[in-house]
Design a binder for this molecule. Sequence first.
Ligand code: NAP
Ligand code: G4F
Length: 337
Amino acid sequence: MSDKTALITGITGQDGSYLAELLLSKGYLVHGLIRRSSTFTTQRIDHLYEDPHESDARLRLHYGDLADGSRIAALLESIQPDEVYHLAAQSHVRVSFDEPEFTGTTTGLGTTRLLEAIRMTGLPCRFYQASSSEMFGTTAPPQSESSIFHPRSPYAAAKVYAYWITRNYREAYGVHAVNGILFNHESPRRGETFVTRKIAHAAARIARGEQDALHLGNLEARRDWGYAPEYVDAMWRMLQQDEPGDYVVATGTSYSVRDFLGFCFEHAGLDWEKHIRFDERYLRPSEVPDLVGDASKAERELGWKATVHAPELARIMVDAELAAVPAPARERSLTGA
Ligand code: NAP
Ligand code: G4F
C-alpha cells in the first residue's frame, strides 16, 4: 500500500471518479478539487464519501476553480501532494464552439495556472496533464506520440496549448510533467451528452417504451473507444515512471458512430434504423473524421494494454442503463450538445 498524497482536479467527472477509486485502493490520501455549485455535483463519487470529521478520512474535497490561480497555489501549499492529476476541463467539443473563450481559459490556461503554482511553491510533485486525441484532428490514423497536431475545435486548440505548456515546464523548470494523450474512453459514468452515453441511454429508454426517437448528428465519424476504468490505470502508471514522457493511450481499433449505434440497439433488442432522426444542430463546424491510436509505447514502457473494445463497451453501457432506475430523457436538444 502507498502512503502517497494525490490531488485530482476534475474529481467529480467520469475519469476523476475512477481515478479516485483506483488511488484509494492503493492506499493514497486523495484530495479533490470541486467547483461550488448551487446543486451537488458529487454523484459520481458519493459512494467514496468519508466523514471529514473523522481524522483518518482518505478522501478530502476542496472548493476551487481553474480560473482562480491563487486558490490553486494555496491548496497545493497546504496539501503538499506527491502527484497532481489535472483532469478538470470544459471537455465537450461541440460546446467549445459555442464557448471558445471560456474553453480557452479553463481547458488551456487552467493547466498553466496549475503548473505555475507548482513552480512558485517549489513542490517536487509529479504532474499529469489530460491531453486528448482531439489534438490530432485531421491527421491520418494511426496516430502516435510523433503524429502532427491539427486541432479542429476551440477545445482541441486549448488542449494543444496545454500539451505544450506541460512540455515547456518539463524542459524549462524540470517539473516531472507528463502528457497522457488519451483517445475516447467511455463508461456508464460518461457525461450524458457524449455520443456513446446518449445512444446507450436512449436504447434503454426505447426498449422500455419510454421514448421512440433519438436525434443525432454525424454518424460517419470514427472513434477509438476504450473503457474508462482501464484508462485511469494508464494515467497512474505514467506518473510512476522514473523519467517523464508523453504517451498515447488507445485500443488501436476504430468504429463509426453508426457501428456503435448498431452494437447498442442490437444488445437492447432493437433495430436502430427505425428510431434514429438526423438533427443538424449536433453537427460541428469542423469535424474530426477518424481517430485510431497506436499505443505501442504505452504497452512497451508502462505494461499497459486495453482489453475492452467498442462492442463490449456498448454492452456494458446498455446493461448499466437497463439496470438503472428509469430516468427522464436526457437529450438536451435545446443546446445542440
Ligand atoms: P468530464 O466528465 O467532463 O469531467 C470534467 C471535470 O472537470 C468535472 O469534474 C468538472 O466539474 C471539472 N471542471 C470543469 N470546469 C472546471 C473549472 N473551471 N474548475 C474546476 N473544475 C472544473 O471529463 P472526463 O471525460 O472525465 O475527462 C477528464 C479529462 O480528460 C478532461 O480534461 C478531458 O478533456 C480529458 N479527456 C477526456 C477523454 C475522454 O474520452 N473522456 C479523452 C481525452 C481527454 P463539474 O462536475 O463541476 O462539471
Ligand atoms: O462523444 P463525442 O461528443 O466525443 P468527441 O467529440 O470525440 O470528444 C470526446 O473525446 C475526446 C478524445 O478524442 C475528448 F478529448 C473530449 O473531451 C471528449 O471526451 O462525439 C463523438 C463523435 C463526433 O464525431 C460527433 O460529431 O460523435 C459524433 N456525434 C454524432 N451525433 C455526436 C452526436 N456527438 C454528440 N456529442 N452528440 C450527438 O448527437
